[in-house]
Design a protein around this ligand. Sequence first.
Ligand SMILES: Nc1ncnc2c1ncn2[C@@H]1O[C@H](COP(=O)(O)OP(=O)(O)O)[C@@H](O)[C@H]1O
Ligand SMILES: Cc1cn([C@H]2C[C@H](O)[C@@H](COP(=O)(O)OP(=O)(O)O)O2)c(=O)[nH]c1=O
Length: 201
Amino acid sequence: MLITLEGLDGSGKTSAWESLRSGDGTRDDAVPDDAVFTREPTETWYGEAVERSIGDDDADPLAELFLYTADHAAHLADTVRPALADGRVVVSDRYSDSRYAYQGATLSDALDDPLAYVQDVHAPWTRPPDATVYLDVDPETAAERSGATNKFETADYLADVRENYERLIDEEPQRFVRVDASQSQDDVLEEVHEAVGSLLG
Ligand SMILES: Nc1ncnc2c1ncn2[C@@H]1O[C@H](COP(=O)(O)OP(=O)(O)O)[C@@H](O)[C@H]1O
Ligand SMILES: Cc1cn([C@H]2C[C@H](O)[C@@H](COP(=O)(O)OP(=O)(O)O)O2)c(=O)[nH]c1=O
């Protein structure tokens, strides 16, 4: 089973992913010991190329889409598909929905319906998630928590990204579990553990 964690920068995805990975002594172990914990951007050279473009305020948005997409293709081939073929649970901190939501926003001046375009680019070859935990937080809180350390972390841009996530949820409501990420970190982690536990139970 492939479970992904999605949400705006600062929504608490990485904290939730780490808590699921470490087993967190105070909560039930939601995932099996041999689960594979992974993330996008990855830590490969493809991911390094992505990080370079995140750090470049003048990066071309279309070029950037294809860097992220190249990283995703390699991630599928070297990590996700082999783990799923072995029958293991995979938990990914960001995955294809990040591209649909974020590049769906950065490309709004270049294309009529960038979200649909990015989905079309992925459709013939990606492996969609079985379930996605969406950490829902308002753009102002997201920008504040993330410390606005890169070009994507402004409340205005994140408002567009959030609208795109809502569109993705409307398209496939059965795939998403929404968690209110404006709650205390403890309550958020509790809900994430519960959600993942019931997805796997
Ligand atoms: N529910 C929460 N309430 C307050 N602060 C939070 C909460 N969740 C995460 N944070 C803080 O916000 C920052 C970003 O969290 P992180 O888990 O890295 O989010 P993301 O991976 O979604 O960007 C960290 O400093 C983290 O401690
Ligand atoms: C995976 C991915 C990330 N991003 C953006 C979101 C983040 O601003 C940035 C880095 O992702 P990440 O390291 O997950 O940031 P955070 O932990 O703050 O959420 O890259 C995209 O625009 N498209 C993508 O496909």
